[in-house]
Design a binder for this molecule. Sequence first.
Ligand code: ASP
Length: 333
Amino acid sequence: MANRRSFIKQSLMVSVASLFPFRFTKADVNEPTIGIMPAASGQPMVISTWSHGLAANEAAALIIDAGGKALDAVEKGVHVPEADPETMSVGLGGLPDSEGNVTLDACIMAPSGNAGSVTYLQHILHPVSVARKVMENTPHVILSGEGALKFALDNGFEKTNLLTDKAKAEWEKWKSSGAHYAPNANWENHDTIGLLAMDASGDLAGACTTSGMAFKHPGRVGDSPVIGAGLFVDNKIGAATATGEGEAVLKTLGSFLIVEFMRNGMHPQQACEAAIQRLTEAVKVHDNMQVGYLAINKAGEIGAFALRKGFQYAVYQNGEHKLIDAGFLFEWK
Ligand code: ASP
């Protein structure tokens, strides 16, 4: 109830703010109440979605603590779940689509505002690194499917079998049950990894990578590789990332929305809560829907909020790694 009350109080404030978008400054808003960390501008920090974010943050922290760049930190950070066969929602070991193919979506965004993305990519262990090459070596932002695979192979990536025995067995069980695809974004409580980092220069970068919704329709692309939906970075303002049912995030362009809320003066926590509020107004929320948002601003303040209970995020700050339960709007039915 406390969460809900705080949400309602803040959403009232949000609707007033939307009437006067450019007059709404940080000084006008209520102090947020959930998931707030002290400001730490210029201090290296890393935040990421779900418990698999802990290991990813460790890899990212090694880079920024050694004076490395946020962009390298986010790429190397998400390599960890991409290569972990036990993480069944990202890269190797990810649950396949309805035809048994593991198809990957990933994107990356640099402090310069440059961005790269791959969608519906198969057979490549580190789609985020292909996305980085798209960003750095082509005039494009998004490469998809066969074209993305050709680009990866042309750039020295090798084909890997990403379908593990465990994921294949889950798919066979699903198939033999005669089930039809239905979104279930909180499958075993570990989903997409979205990772945001601030380096010692105070620069922000982000990466987001996933095998998408389990047993999805072949060809389906979610929010994760779409700049502004699964990830957005504006190095002057802040960065945000999303996890959960991509269709709902796509329809509300969640990460871009959060950064715009921060631009208009909201604390990252308030911005994440306001984006969940917007989602409930814009899409039909069904009983299995989960969406979680995570954000950081230029001052190193962070926020997180989810549609439903269960979203966790990992934080690396002041040399310490933590896993934190995000605030949420609804309990599961
Ligand atoms: N957002 C991802 C997608 O829709 C899935 C997830 O986060 O679980 O593909």
